[in-house]
Design a protein around this ligand. Structure first.
Ligand code: HEC
Length: 222
């Protein structure tokens, strides 16, 4: 299957491309996460011990090089912090790191977050779960979305237009509820259309992970 050189604003989702699994895990920087006061939730050990939802085994085809557009999207994803928040963290040999075996699959469905702990004295604002995928703040509790092409639980049904409109308007698919913090919409709004199309193209190529992210909780239910 050849990928279109340039994705237009089509209403049709681009079918995900099968890949073979040897994608090198790029370590995303900690800059974005470090911007928040990290108070590890008490559920930390449970989060690490939980059975990870592994990416579905990729089709047994030879490694496919990414097209130029998707390769640019991979570069943007790995330099813009998407893995920091959308890839669940595990404790590796060198400390906490994004678990690239379930890259960009969002808050793991089996990691149930208890109510956020009360904030300590002082100018503390946000509590972040051990997987760096659940965030409690004045907006309530938000859980990072599954960005993989899984049709049921990820972005499989999203068109490039849905994706661009979400980032441009800060609303789900450009028409639904407001996208909650800490998703840096106001930062990514500076991406060009070509950048967003490239990111979308890359997200179609990553392994689909079936992982149903919980709904956000309102402030009263933190
Ligand atoms: C600082 C953490 C953080 C970073 C970095 C981040 N996200 Fe998010 N993202 C979130 C959270 C939290 C949500 C869920 C927000 C909600 O439920 O309203 C989210 C939701 C989304 C959604 C779904 C919105 C919807 O309406 O369903 C998309 C698409 C998305 N992010 C793409 C990206 C991409 C692409 C990148 C990198 C360029 C990225 N995110 C980086 C935290 C982050």
């Amino acid at each position: 299957m050849n990928r279109p050189a340039s994705l237009q604003d089509t209403e049709q989702p681009v079918p995900p491309t099968p890949t073979s699994g040897t994608r090198a895990g790029t370590r995303a920087g900690l800059a974005v996460a470090a911007a928040f006061a990290v108070v590890l939730a008490h559920a930390a050990p449970a989060a690490g011990a939980a059975e990870p939802a592994q990416a579905k085994p990729a089709a047994a085809t030879a490694a496919r090089p990414l097209g130029a557009q998707a390769a640019r999207g991979k570069y943007l994803v790995s330099t813009s912090g998407c893995h920091d928040c959308h890839t669940p963290w595990k404790v590796g040999p060198n400390g906490p790191e994004p678990d690239m075996s379930r890259a960009l699959s969002g808050h793991p469905q089996q990691v149930q977050m208890p109510a956020a702990p009360a904030l300590p004295e002082g100018p503390w604002l946000v509590t972040i779960g051990a997987t760096n995928t659940a965030f409690a703040g004045p907006w309530g509790v938000s859980f990072t979305a599954n960005l993989t092409p899984d049709a049921e639980t990820g972005l499989g049904e999203w068109t490039v237009r849905d994706f661009k409109q979400t980032i441009r308007t800060g609303k789900h698919m450009g028409r639904g509820r407001a996208v909650l913090p800490p998703m840096p919409i106001m930062v990514y709004n500076h991406f060009t259309d070509a950048d967003l199309e490239a990111i979308y193209a890359y997200l179609r190529t990553i392994p689909a992970v079936s992982n149903r992210v919980p709904e956000p909780r309102p402030p009263a239910a933190r």
